[in-house]
Design a binder for this molecule. Structure first.
Ligand code: NAD
Length: 256
């Protein structure tokens, strides 16, 4: 069991298709004890229902990352229940629908701010609160990113800019927390049909292109991403930090 005895918090479960949910299930299979968060009351019901499948049962806490008070309360809750933390999974992102359709030229300042704050800055704010709970442990942080950070992908727009900021944040955070023994990495997942993905206009076309062109001639699923997450959360990756690992059937490696 690769995560035996480890305490982890997973942010980003919305429903059973969520990448965060696949990671949570795999982490529990590997022996982790989890804390799961839900963004709001509307999603709480889903998370409560899904959590019934996990043993030991996770602590469930609200956390909208746009609300600093909720983030503080999350870490206070983790400290109270577990006294410490070994890993944090950041599997969340948000941009307004109008920014995920059409021209990037039309990105509004407010749309830019929201996408960057929720999808990139949140990792920094979470890490700052998590580090004190990781004292004396070798902590691991992971986040989820996408190829749209380095290539202009139709309709991905401001989310690509947010993912570029997120990947850069991974490197800066890795530099800051590395001397304490903690690691920070990102998984760049290929397209997977989830709630967030359906917000990107023309998403099913991206799935088709990957299936046709990727070296493995198929798309990936959330379980494949979760398996890579277990690598990063466990000691198997103890020498790796500041990295972006593609789990995308090789699509990123292809030119013409
Ligand atoms: P999802 O819709 O299941 O998960 C997105 C999560 O973000 C939801 O749980 C939602 O509640 C949460 N969220 C949004 N705004 C939030 C806020 N203010 N506070 C707290 N939580 C908030 O979709 P997913 O595809 O599993 O997304 C998980 C991560 O994977 C995201 O970072 C996404 O960009 C990334 N990713 C997804 C794909 C894909 O094709 N699905 C590919 C690469 C990367």
């Amino acid at each position: 069991m690769l995560l035996e005895g480890k305490i982890g918090v997973v942010l980003g479960v919305a429903n059973k298709r969520s990448i965060a949910w696949a990671i949570a299930k795999r982490a529990v299979e590997e022996g982790a004890q989890l804390v799961l968060t839900y963004q709001n009351e509307r999603l709480k019901e889903n998370v409560v229902e899904l959590a019934k499948d996990l043993t030991p049962s996770p602590l469930l806490l609200p956390c909208d990352v746009a609300d600093e008070k909720q983030i503080d309360a999350l870490f206070a809750g983790i400290r109270e229940k577990h006294g410490g933390l070994d890993f944090l999974v950041h599997a969340l992102a948000f941009a307004r629908r109008e920014e995920l359709d059409g021209s990037f030229l039309n990105t509004a300042p407010e749309g830019f701010r929201i996408a960057l704050e929720v999808s990139a800055y949140s990792l920094v704010g979470l890490a700052r609160r998590a580090v004190p709970l990781m004292e004396g442990r070798k902590g691991s942080f992971i986040t989820l990113t996408y190829l749209g950070s380095e290539r202009a992908v139709a309709n991905y727009n401001v989310m690509g800019v947010a993912k570029a900021a997120l990947e850069s944040s991974v490197r800066y955070l890795a530099a800051d927390v590395g001397p304490m023994g903690h690691r920070v990495n990102a998984i760049s997942a290929g397209p997977i049909k989830t709630l967030a993905a359906s917000g990107v206009s023309g998403f099913s076309k991206i799935l088709d292109v990957v299936k046709e062109k990727a070296p493995l001639r198929r798309n990936v699923d959330a379980l494949e991403v979760a398996d890579a997450a277990i690598f990063f959360l466990s000691d198997l990756s103890r020498g790796v930090t500041g990295e972006v690992l593609f789990v995308d059937a090789g699509f990123h490696a292809i030119g013409f």
